[in-house]
Design a protein around this ligand. Structure first.
Ligand SMILES: [Cu+2]
Length: 155
């Protein structure tokens, strides 16, 4: 496959993902289109992505995330160290200010599922529990999309 064809294929997959977008409401928060990338067979970690919109008047914070498919779920950020992009766990809880939408997407903030118990397969739905300081707890599902899927343009 040429690079162009491959890109078209990836965009097509991304388009399919967009058509099945799903969202959740929890108090003042709206959680948009949780998804994950399929992982290679022996990958120890997998990325999870979603958006959180705060429609309320007070800030809220994500205090924990967990999933039965992983030993732990962390929030990671991407940081330039010299001229190398590295990811690391966020120093404190992720804050969502009133009126703000925080987007977790490839290349930026993301959920990192550590210690995967099995590879994430395209088409699967992965349970994820999020606990927010004010809004409380919610169970969502991450739709597993293709390995190279990027959603930052549409979500
Ligand atoms: Cu990470």
């Amino acid at each position: 496959m040429t690079r162009h064809l491959f890109l078209a294929f990836v965009l097509l997959l991304a388009g399919i993902g967009a058509a099945s977008a799903h969202s959740y409401k929890l108090g003042a928060l709206e959680i948009g289109h949780p998804w994950a990338r399929a992982t290679p067979p022996t990958a120890p970690t997998g990325g999870g992505y979603l958006s959180v919109k705060n429609t309320g008047t007070e800030p809220d914070r994500l205090i924990s995330a967990s999933s039965p498919v992983a030993g732990a779920v962390q929030v990671h950020e991407m940081k330039m160290e010299g001229n190398v992009m590295r990811m690391r766990e966020l120093d404190g809880p992720l804050e969502i200010k009133p009126g703000e939408t925080v987007t977790l997407a490839p290349g930026g903030l993301h959920l990192m599922m550590m210690g995967l118990k099995a590879p994430l397969k395209q088409g699967e739905k992965i349970p994820l529990t999020l606990v927010f300081e004010k809004a409380g707890k919610i169970d969502v599902e991450l739709l597993v999309e293709a390995m190279g899927a990027t959603h930052n343009a549409t979500h």
